[in-house]
Write a protein that binds this ligand. Structure first.
Ligand code: ADP
Length: 208
């Protein structure tokens, strides 16, 4: 369940204006910030691709940071489970964290199953359409289950993990992702190459 509500309502809190803004940080970094949102079944390859992309961006002098589902659930969302309500709250926290990182000038690489369209659209609207690229990491449930590098599918099949996407909870495919990567056909290097090509074409992290 979500944490208890704060005592002070946000309507009584005044936003503190900064002396350095996002655009100033873009100029300092010499590139724009934004978020690349990887969605797909567990074990489809989201984290693997995000981390390889981070390395490629790093080597090009682009400041990026991977937000990974399992890692977030160790900290910021450690109090949350996998009910519909908790999944929604998990993504709300991630959306707010992403907004801060984007404001800080980073290219956020977010690898989350994010099985519900409604929740992904919430993130998109919260960070802003122009800052958001959706990558659908596509892979059949059978292949994902065979890969299962962390043994999650096995635990879900054994009934140890409840509400597991692909086993006992649904996954809603994106209807119009910016890019689809079929990881049964593309190797990691090709997937990363396709994203870099897209970023260049869309001038997403255009050097400033
Ligand atoms: P997710 O983040 O989607 O849960 P992971 O990246 O943690 O998935 O795990 C995907 C697993 O599949 C890794 O062990 C990875 O090495 C393997 N894998 C096999 N082929 C591919 C591919 N073409 N692209 C990405 N990962 C792949």
């Amino acid at each position: 369940m979500a944490d208890k509500k704060p005592d002070m309502k946000s309507e009584h809190i005044v936003w503190h204006e900064t002396l350095v803004n996002r655009h100033d940080r873009h100029v300092l970094n010499k590139h724009r910030s934004g978020i690349i949102w990887f969605t797909g079944l567990p074990s489809s390859g989201k984290s693997t691709i995000a981390h390889h992309l981070e390395k490629e961006l790093f080597d090009r002098g682009i400041r990026s940071y991977v937000l990974d589902g399992d890692n977030i659930r160790h900290g910021i969302s450690a109090t949350l489970g996998f009910s519909r309500e908790d999944r929604k709250e998990n993504l709300r926290r991630i959306a707010e964290l992403s907004r801060l990182l984007i404001d800080a000038g980073l290219v956020v690489l977010a690898a989350f199953v994010s099985p519900y369209r409604e929740d992904r659209e919430f993130v998109r609207s919260r960070v802003g359409e122009d800052n958001f690229i959706e990558v659908y990491v596509k892979c059949s449930p059978e292949t994902c289950e065979k890969r299962d590098p962390k043994g999650h599918y096995a635990r879900a099949r054994a009934g140890i993990v409840k509400n597991y996407t692909g086993v006992s909870a649904p996954y809603e495919e994106p209807e119009a992702p910016t890019l689809t990567l079929d990881t049964e056909k593309l190797d990691v290097v090709t997937s990363v190459g396709n994203i870099l090509e897209l970023l260049e074409k869309q001038k997403f992290i255009l050097l400033v």
